[in-house]
Design a binder for this molecule. Structure first.
Ligand code: MN
Ligand code: MN
Length: 458
């Protein structure tokens, strides 16, 4: 096997002092973003706020289109798009798409019950989690509930340092003999991820703890029990994003898959000026559950934005919409797994990605013989390599683990569907889908530089 140390691969070694300072400075904004944004709705709000403050016009207010114009698209409070109009719209768009949803625990429509003197919330997990990772740690509750009159109640509980938290208890080792002999996938069951929300009984005879909590929820937050039916309330780790390591070279936080690509592409899109081809930076929902629903990329979001932009430019006919989509080029901005020294057996080190070695280009993903994968065209990859090299973007190749060990998908195939060129291109991280994922500040910075080069000048 070739030795990867035979040439310098570390991003840190390839950066000069100015770039290293740039990477550390850039990470400050990223840390505060991670601490203020833990759901797709919060991310969409952050993105829209940043775009509006930087001169992007809401698409619904746009009447005419001109080169250099900056436009903000929003949908359902969970999808955003930033467009910077190019010289020739029919030449196609340069599209970067990331997802802003992350694995978590969602409250069920009828969550509240009492058992053994405790009030609890029932949950249904969202996305691919290892369930045992979600017990015995502080959780915060984020989301919205919609009343019958349409009014929206926003909830963020458990983030301020003196706020209360929620938690799911784990079984004590003394009584865990049977549990410890189970498979890890069965040791903690989905239906057992119940959240402790109270323990103090009120005056009611039946379920006094539950009733007391229900009264408290109504009094403090204006929510009736039925309002949970029309709510999106999510339990996320109540952990702050932190610098990791004595050298502070890494970031540890919940939800970096895929808000790392969302934040870096947002920062890039905000700086794009007068591109030759229209730059479109898209932030979507539902990737972690298969990109379904009308906020996921299996819906017609890309087509609808393209049609609306072209319509407002006076060229919204069917043929032109199809041609622009097919002429476009895209980066599917999503994370890949970094080689983990604790689990070397799952990685093939010639082709897997490493922490701190730059942004990852993954030609294909999928599983069992590239099944379900967008296998990017080499002609397109050649151009991407040149773009990155010309712009001092440090990059590496990536493959999601050894052949046939597992696999995973991204939104790449839903963009390729339109005929556009697409490749997966994002950041390598450790502990993907865990409550505390770890990334390298150097890679975060390279992702920003890569997306900026692609949006501005591909
Ligand atoms: Mn992802
Ligand atoms: Mn994921």
């Amino acid at each position: 096997m070739a030795d990867r140390t035979e040439e310098i691969r570390s991003c840190w070694k390839k950066m000069n002092d100015e770039q290293i300072n740039g990477a550390y400075n850039f990470s400050c904004g990223y840390l505060s973003f991670l601490n203020s944004v833990k759901t797709e709705r919060e991310a969409a709000e952050f993105i829209a706020g940043a775009a509006l403050s930087r001169g992007f016009e809401p698409l619904e207010q746009v009447t005419a289109i001109h080169p250099g114009q900056k436009i903000l698209f929003r949908s359902k409070g969970k999808v955003c798009g930033l467009a910077v109009i190019g010289e020739d719209m029919e030449a196609g768009f340069n599209l970067v798409a990331s997802h802003i949803d992350s694995p978590r625990l969602d409250l069920k429509p009828r969550p509240l019950y009492e058992m053994d003197g405790l009030a609890l919330f029932k949950t249904h997990y969202y996305g691919g989690i290892k369930k045992y990772q979600w017990v015995a740690m502080p959780l915060a509750l984020h989301g919205v509930a919609v009343k019958k009159d349409g009014s929206v109640i926003k909830i963020v509980l458990g983030e301020a340092h003196d706020d209360f938290n929620f938690t799911i208890t784990d079984l004590l080792p003394h009584l865990a003999k049977d549990q410890m002999e189970k498979k890890m996938s069965e040791a903690v069951k989905g239906e057992d991820l119940n959240i402790i929300v109270g323990s103090r009984p009120g005056d009611k005879e039946k379920d006094p703890v539950k009733q007391q909590i229900a009264d408290l929820i109504k009094e403090q937050y204006g929510l009736e029990e039925d309002d949970f039916v029309s709510a999106e309330l999510q339990l996320v780790p109540a952990l702050a994003a932190r610098e990791i390591g004595l050298d502070r070279s890494m970031i540890g936080a919940y939800g970096q898959d895929d808000r790392i690509c969302a934040y870096t592409s947002l920062m890039a899109a905000l700086e794009v000026e007068k591109p030759a081809r229209t730059a479109l930076c898209l932030f979507v929902d539902k990737e972690e559950i298969g990109s379904m629903g009308n906020t996921g990329l299996q819906s017609l979001i890309i087509e609808n934005i393209t049609a609306e932009l072209l319509h407002k430019a006076g060229r919204g006919d069917y043929y032109t919409v199809r041609k622009v989509l097919a002429n476009s080029a895209a980066l599917s901005a999503d994370v890949n797994a970094a080689v983990d020294p604790n689990y070397p057996e799952v990685f093939e080190k010639m082709n897997c990605s490493f922490m701190g070695q730059g942004i990852v280009i993954s030609k294909y993903g999928g599983s069992r013989g590239k099944y379900d994968s967008n296998d990017a065209n080499p002609e397109f990859l050649g151009k991407i390599r040149k773009l990155f090299d010309d712009n001092q973007v440090v990059w590496q190749v990536g493959e999601l683990g050894k052949v046939d060990l597992g696999g995973g998908g991204t939104v790449a195939q839903y963009m390729a569907h339109y005929g556009m060129e697409v490749v997966d291109c994002g950041v390598a991280l450790l502990g993907m889908h865990s409550p505390f994922e770890v990334t390298s500040k150097a890679d975060v910075y390279m992702a920003y530089k890569a997306y900026k080069a692609f949006l501005q000048q591909f």
